[in-house]
Design a protein around this ligand. Structure first.
Ligand SMILES: C[C@H](CCC(=O)NCCS(=O)(=O)O)[C@H]1CC[C@H]2[C@@H]3CC[C@@H]4C[C@H](O)CC[C@]4(C)[C@H]3C[C@H](O)[C@]12C
Length: 339
């Protein structure tokens, strides 16, 4: 499972939880402007947009799970099993393999609207990256500070949905979510009043101001808290859209991680059919205007930052940063006797 959100405070933020029962060899990878993507032919000096994100590198190729480019366009792939139907390569059309769609888009588009318009006409094919790396069944969230879309390749072809909520999880296809969220209109961050039975309040608790809540947070009782895709969608939407945050970077990042923590998966609570435990292996928060990729991992709550613009973006070679997984504890009174 995965959850992806956009968020706007002082600036635009984009990020996701990546929930998986194993590691996919992820590293923070910066692709500079003159890196040659195999799909671009053999010319040198490609001069495309640079990008930063989490990727598995195989054969020097960055297989991105999510990334942002230097113009502020962001894209993330999330699991979409059974519903993702990739198309046959078709002569006369733009054919994009599912594994290359993120760099394909990010290398040449500077905003989500143009990218979405372009994607309406392409074929997303099921070509495998390698024999050992079959295509993953994915759908994508594509966003910049002005707009957000969901991209789904399904039985009927490619679908591009505007996503006014700015949240995406997994199955079923996106239109379901716009209806499903309407089941929760009664949830509120406010202190609830007795709507249960007005008369009962007066009769059962005379003079004690009626039937009243006994704690905070009771306006949102019934907010889904399980790890299913639809529940994570509703919970992340509730947290995001009720979020109150100062307009500065440090507070925004902190708030962003809190929202995604609200839908993250603690090991043990989700067991796959194969008997493995799905966990939130990492959470990232991208601040695309500054080209910064912040992340933290399941075992290390420290937030790390990697900056796109610190690299030589005119280069040809990928820059790679190992993902940190060792918990950083700052001892305040020298109590670290075990080390
Ligand atoms: C597993 C992840 C989704 C997590 C998720 O959503 N879990 C929901 C479970 S549930 O739906 O709720 O049950 C997805 C998201 C992005 C994917 C990579 C994309 C590039 C590349 C594409 C190649 O073709 C295959 C290898 C490759 C490295 C991919 C591996 C893996 O597939 C990644 C990490």
């Amino acid at each position: 499972m995965c959850t992806c959100i956009t968020y706007q405070t002082d600036e635009f933020y984009f990020g996701r939880n990546l929930d998986l029962e194993y590691s996919f060899g992820e590293q923070v990878v910066i692709t500079p402007r003159n890196y040659r993507f195999p799909f671009e032919g053999n010319e040198d000096g490609q001069n495309h947009f640079a990008m930063i994100g989490m990727a598995n590198i195989t054969d020097h190729y960055p297989l991105y799970a999510e990334a942002a480019n230097e113009k502020g366009l962001c894209m993330a792939g999330l699991n979409f099993p059974e519903n993702a139907v990739y198309q046959e390569e078709t002569i006369g059309k733009e054919n994009i393999a599912s594994y290359e769609i993120i760099p394909w888009i990010l290398r040449r588009f500077s905003n989500a609207e143009d990218a979405a318009e372009y994607l309406r006409k392409v074929m997303v094919t099921g070509k495998a990256f390698a024999e050992t790396i079959p295509p993953a069944p994915l759908h994508w969230m594509l966003a910049d500070q002005d707009s957000c879309y969901v991209v789904e390749a399904v039985e009927e072809g490619i679908k591009i949905y505007p996503n006014p909520i700015g949240v995406l999880t997994n199955n079923p296809p996106f239109p379901f979510y716009l209806d499903y969220i309407r089941n929760f209109l009664h949830l509120s961050p406010e202190t609830p009043e007795n709507q249960f039975a007005k008369r009962l309040g007066e009769i059962a608790f005379p003079g004690k101001c009626g039937l009243t809540p006994y704690g905070e947070g009771m306006g949102a009782i019934g907010l889904p808290g399980d790890a299913s895709p639809a529940s994570r969608f509703v919970k992340a939407s509730f947290l995001k859209w009720n979020s109150v945050c100062d307009q500065d970077e440090a507070t925004s990042i902190s708030q962003f991680f809190h929202i995604l923590n609200g839908v993250s998966i603690a090991r043990g609570s989700v067991r796959t059919e194969a008997g493995k435990y799905e966990t939130t292996i990492y959470t990232c928060c991208i601040r695309p205007q500054e080209g910064i990729y912040y992340y933290k991992t399941y075992d290390d709550s420290q937030i790390y930052g990697v900056s796109l613009f610190e690299e030589d973006l005119g280069g040809k070679n990928l820059s790679v940063y190992e993902v940190e997984r060792q918990q950083q504890i700052v001892w305040q009174n020298g109590g670290n006797k075990n080390k």
